[in-house]
Design a protein around this ligand. Structure first.
Ligand SMILES: [Zn+2]
Length: 409
């Protein structure tokens, strides 16, 4: 049976989505707080993924876990009364090494439950499918990249997320808002030859020197790269003793650029610098490149609906993030295959640094939780908009297909 939804019905449906989330407010916050207080690193989010899966089952969802070959991933599904679009909310829950939930992913986790409860209240009267996909290891490991390769988004028509943005709130409506940087991470290992650093240094091949040349070479390169590119690294091994010529040294770099094409160009240049450093010092070089996070291609069609819903739930959107974000996310890869958008929300009244203790604190604060419930409600209402508007789905796919010709230069 095809359900036809009138404007009047939609107003009533919206109220029920809001009421369902409001009724479970404390319960949803408690889940986020439990995750905040028990941070788990990427691919090790056993507690968080199990906690969410259990609550989603309780909310009437059918849960597949493990999912896509990942122990801490899941897919929770509820089908409506007829055929229609599939809307997915992506829930992250990994923490940062040494900091805990310094990126507020405990709130992203909770937003999955909130949206599930909201849409769960009305899904039986809608056409289409609503899914929550639990996506591990955003902070390194690229959980969504793996899930994408496993076909997790093949049947999805729209992917939605929330993410804190310090003291800013909004959803992207015009290019380049909501875009970010593609990133490649590369491990460089240099292999030399040990020797006594004073007695017979002439017999040694110094791997640390190669790492230092790699850094100075990249420093020289940095002057000649695009303004919106970033190259940054750390030394992961610099030798074992000052009186021994280091036989092994290593570094890890992140290379970031606004487009995948320019990222490839930069990775080639950085690799040349590494080869030069090996040649200069007589070391052997091994380079290992991890999975690439693509730059984000936000759907401005979905973003416009999201922003409208943010206004509707009473979020203050006067301080919006504009332009390209200088961060990266594996959600970018998802945005290349389906219309996707993130709603950004403030967890603090003042600016705070990303990946910090301030974020850990703010994402557990009264203001942070209040904002989180509001933005999760706005996201659920956006899912409702999509599920009740085939025209919006159509427009979002058309925009998606035209992305390159519209925005890439
Ligand atoms: Zn994050």
């Amino acid at each position: 049976m095809m359900a036809t939804t009138t404007t009047r019905d939609i107003t009533a449906l919206r109220e029920r989505v809001k009421a369902a989330i409001a009724a479970e407010r404390e319960h949803i916050i408690e889940v986020s707080e439990t995750i905040r207080q028990n941070p788990e690193l990427g691919f090790e989010e056993f507690m968080a993924s199990t906690l969410l899966a259990d609550h989603l089952r309780e909310a009437g969802y059918e849960v597949e876990k493990p999912y896509g070959g990942l122990e801490t991933a899941f897919r929770a599904t509820r089908k409506g009364s007829g055929a229609g679009p599939t809307v997915a909310v992506l829930a992250e829950y990994d923490a940062l090494k040494g900091i805990g939930h310094g990126c507020g992913h405990n709130l992203i986790a909770g937003s999955g439950l909130a949206a599930a409860i909201g849409i769960g209240a009305v899904i039986d009267e809608l056409d289409g499918t609503f899914v929550i996909i639990g996506t591990p290891a955003e902070e390194g490991g690229g959980g969504k990249i793996i899930l994408n390769e496993q076909g997790a988004f093949k049947d999805v028509d729209a992917a939605l997320m929330i993410h804190h943005a310090g003291n800013q709130t909004g959803a992207p409506v015009t290019w380049p808002d909501g875009t970010c940087l593609a990133v490649a991470d590369i491990d460089f290992e240099f292999f030399g030859k040990p020797a006594h650093a004073a007695a017979d240094p002439y017999n040694g091949v110094n791997a640390l020197n190669a790492v230092i040349k790699l850094f100075t070479g990249i420093d020289a390169l940095r002057q000649h790269i695009h303004m919106d590119a970033r190259i940054h690294g750390i030394i992961t091994h610099g030798g074992d003793a000052a009186n021994v010529v280091p036989k092994y040294a290593s570094a890890t770099f992140f290379v970031r650029a606004a487009s995948r094409a320019y990222l490839d160009e930069l990775v080639a240049k950085v690799s040349d610098v590494a080869r030069g450093a090996a040649l200069m010092t007589g070391c052997e070089l091994k380079m290992t490149q991890g999975p690439t996070c693509f730059d984000m291609r936000p759907s401005y069609i979905l973003g416009a609906a999201y922003l409208e819903n943010m206004r509707d739930v009473g979020l203050d959107i006067s301080n919006r993030r504009e332009g390209r974000g200088m961060h990266s996310t594996d959600f970018g890869n998802v945005s290349y295959v389906v219309p996707a958008v993130t709603g950004s929300f403030a967890i603090s009244h003042d600016p705070i640094p990303g990946h910090s203790q301030q974020v850990v604190d703010a994402s557990g604060s009264e203001y942070g939780y209040d904002q989180f419930i509001k933005v999760s409600t706005a996201m659920a209402l956006t899912a409702l908009d999509i599920l009740t508007s085939p025209e919006m789905v159509d427009a979002a796919w058309k925009e998606h297909a035209a992305w390159s010709e519209r925005y890439e230069r």
